[in-house]
Design a protein around this ligand. Structure first.
Ligand code: ADP
Ligand code: MG
Length: 682
């Protein structure tokens, strides 16, 4: 190919040796890589009205020097040079640090242009950019790139300029004319100019708009192509369940399913029946009743002669699920087994045998249950609870076992729609958007630690009424040992306060799993009234009689986690309370506390969380499938994302997309991304 975009950057003037290495470090090898390296922001050098500039904001002004510079030496190479500048009707101070050489350059009566931070109180600018004379320069916006090594912005811009000229005529236009026309998007050449050498503010904006759309469209095309290919590959199992048996099970449940539960059960069953592999995400706020939905789906699969597996993130949760599902499913003749990290070798061996010869229908456990030595006779469905993402690694394990069971992921962390369709873009999504009848909103209060005595008094009222309470201990990041110490301290404090009146239990990550199990059982059976715990109870645990939860150092938790913790109460029909002990220093922290007191709606909190933390951090450090976009920002560009999603869907469904010249490069992109093999490679 004689396409210049693929030429090495070393073909540019001034690039070789060290510079070439630095660029390679930044992932820039070809001219195409270079021109597609976007600045993280544009410096704004437009003249501003100083009277309207807020304190501490960056501003560019032009004015007449009204005083000879006065200089103060502050030690070695350090100086502070000051002049008075008349900007329109305003006389302000202009301060230069460590630029003593300007003393002889700036003269009274001269016009100069300066950019810097505006101190409103002192009516002063501390200068970051200076030029003699009025602002003639027509560069209003300067891109700032994140560069490595000793590479300077100016040098980099020079390279960029050369590269753009070089490749201009060879740039591939990914976006079909129709799309560009109807959304009024700039052609790629103009858009790249707008990114790197904008004419004005609008040029920057339009350039950004184009690339945001392009980026999101490519991503959505990839996700949906994966979804489509997987469906067409038909590699899954069609599960012929017995609808009558399912109805019988539902009739024996202790309550009527909510309309939302019924709807998602139908969605799941429909998927099971299809011969493709189900790859579905079930979202439902804490307490919305996902467990019973899982039980029904697993039962369905078993009625068709398959085995099922339910995987939970912690042993406590796995055990609790085993109990619930035992209650519901054993009467139907289902044989259930529990497998966790603490299952003894001998028991494990028996269990392996029973699994292989089909004596076990349903295996519940932690990650232990997809270990290589665990073999099923006929696995039809794997459900993972409280998991943001079923790891690529785990899927590989299943595939290596020659199995392609249907998969259902359940999560109680409501995921804002924008993230759901990016992080889980290749999946189908079911949502339980309704709580079981009779639930009351949890009353949430944000209080200072000094009020601890009153909180205890309030807790006693609940305990006397026969209810139970959780106390979640201070969290010390990165130190389990200190967390445990804190838990022990709080436990001792409360034990002495409640004396013989109420029983206090202690739960933390260092306990042996049998000890955890005992504590949890004692709590759920009501022998313990107050459970002091680290965040190990965070996910899933269900004790409907608990109505009071105190969370220490609540400001240290993210909104999603706080909502999860709060979800330990409010699981029955009684009024529940959540006390956030917090003294947040940051605005962010305050907002989180306020949000918690204002709403019980997990989806609203999730949107707020996304807004406060940004997409990258939403799922915690590990990013979990949220790609890093160069331009797009999932918080602000959600409309573009929705549009791109719909367009991608239309594209993939149309014959034209697969044949037309206009969409040639989009097809090339899909081929190269591996999506057409049904693989997701991020
Ligand atoms: P989550 O979605 O957080 O996993 P669970 O499945 O633990 O929620 O259910 C929370 C509580 O609600 C449990 O006590 C469960 O038995 C109960 N529950 C579930 N569905 C219903 C329903 N349709 N009506 C009444 N209670 C229900
Ligand atoms: Mg749950």
């Amino acid at each position: 190919m004689s396409n210049k975009t693929l030429q090495s950057v070393s073909s540019l003037k001034g690039i070789g040796g060290e510079t070439e290495k630095t660029l390679a470090d930044m992932g820039i090898l070809t001219l195409h890589d270079l021109v597609m390296t976007f600045p993280y922001r544009h410096e704004d050098f437009r003249l501003k009205n100083i009277a309207e500039t807020p304190h501490n904001e960056r501003v560019t002004v032009e004015g007449r020097v009204e005083s000879e510079p006065s200089i103060l030496f502050l030690g070695k190479n350090k100086s502070r040079l000051q002049i008075r500048l008349l900007v329109g009707p305003h006389l302000i101070k202009v301060v230069f640090f460590n630029q003593a050489y300007l003393k002889n350059k700036i003269v009274s009566g001269q016009t100069i242009t300066v950019t810097g931070k505006w101190d409103r109180g002192r009516q002063a600018i501390s200068v970051s950019h200076y030029s003699a004379g009025p602002k003639t320069d027509n560069v209003d916006f300067e891109p700032m790139y994140s560069l490595k090594g000793s590479l300077h912005q100016k040098t980099f811009r020079k390279f960029m300029h050369q590269a753009l000229q070089e490749v201009e005529s060879d740039l591939q236009e990914l976006l079909p004319y129709n799309i560009r026309h109807s959304y009024k998007l700039l052609p790629v050449q103009e858009a790249l100019q707008g990114v790197h050498f904008p004419k004005d503010a609008d040029h920057v904006k339009q350039a950004r708009r184009r690339f945001v759309y392009e980026e999101l469209l490519l991503f959505q095309l990839k996700m949906q192509a994966i979804k489509k290919v997987r469906k067409e590959q038909n590699k899954g199992i069609a599960i012929a369940y017995d609808i009558h048996k399912i109805k019988d099970l539902i009739a024996t449940l202790p309550y009527e399913l909510t309309a939302a539960q019924k709807r998602v059960v139908n969605e799941i069953c429909k998927d099971l029946k299809e011969p493709h592999r189900m790859n579905r995400l079930l979202q439902g706020d804490v307490g919305s009743g996902k467990t019973v939905v899982a039980a029904i789906a697993l039962y369905a699969v078993i009625t068709a002669g398959f085995q099922g597996a339910l995987m939970a993130p912690t042993e406590i949760l796995a055990e609790q699920h085993a109990e619930s599902l035992h209650d519901w499913l054993s009467p139907m003749g289902i044989r259930i087994a529990l497998l966790t990290g603490s299952t003894k070798t001998k028991a494990r061996r028996t269990l392996h045998e029973q699994l292989q010869n089909g004596e076990i229908d349903l295996l519940i456990g932690t990650h232990a249950l997809i270990q290589p030595d665990v073999e099923f006779r006929k696995l039809g469905l794997v459900i993972t609870d409280e998991q943001h993402r079923f790891g690529v690694e785990q899927r590989r394990v299943l595939r290596d076992k020659g199995m392609s069971p249907d998969v259902l992921f359940m999560t109680a962390t409501p995921i804002p729609r924008t993230l759901a369709i990016t992080a889980f873009g290749e999946m189908d999504v079911s949502i339980i958007d309704e709580m079981p009848a009779g639930r009351k909103e949890i009353e949430t209060h944000w209080v200072k630690k000094e009020l601890f005595d009153q909180i205890i008094k309030r807790m006693v009222v609940e305990l006397k009424a026969g209810n139970q309470a959780y106390v979640i201990c201070p969290l010390i990041e990165e130190s389990e040992k200190l967390d445990v110490q804190n838990a022990v301290d709080v436990y001792e404090q409360l034990s002495s306060i409640f004396h013989q009146q109420f029983n206090v239990g202690l739960m933390h990550g260092r306990l042996h799993s049998t000890e955890k199990d005992e504590v949890m059982r004692a709590f759920s059976e009501g022998q313990i009234q107050v459970l002091v715990s680290t965040t190990v109870v965070e996910v899933g645990v269900n004790v409907p009689n608990a109505t009071f939860i105190v969370i220490y150092d609540a400001e240290r938790f993210g909104l999603a986690q706080l909502h999860q913790l709060r979800g330990r109460v409010g699981r029955g029909s009684e009024q529940s309370y959540c006390i956030l002990l917090a003294d947040p220093k940051s605005e962010d922290g305050k907002e989180r506390m306020l949000s918690m007191t204002e709403t019980n709606d997990g989806f609203k909190l999730a949107e707020k969380d996304l807004e406060l933390r940004g997409a990258g951090d939403f799922f915690g450090r590990k990013q979990s499938g949220v790609p890093e976009f160069k331009m797009a920002d999932l918080v602000h560009d959600y409309r573009a994302l929705e549009t791109a999603r719909q367009d991608a869907e239309k594209f993939l469904a149309s014959d034209e997309f697969w044949t037309s010249e206009e969409t040639k490069y989009l097809r090339t992109y899909l081929e190269q991304s591996g999506a057409l093999n049904g693989e997701r490679i991020d």
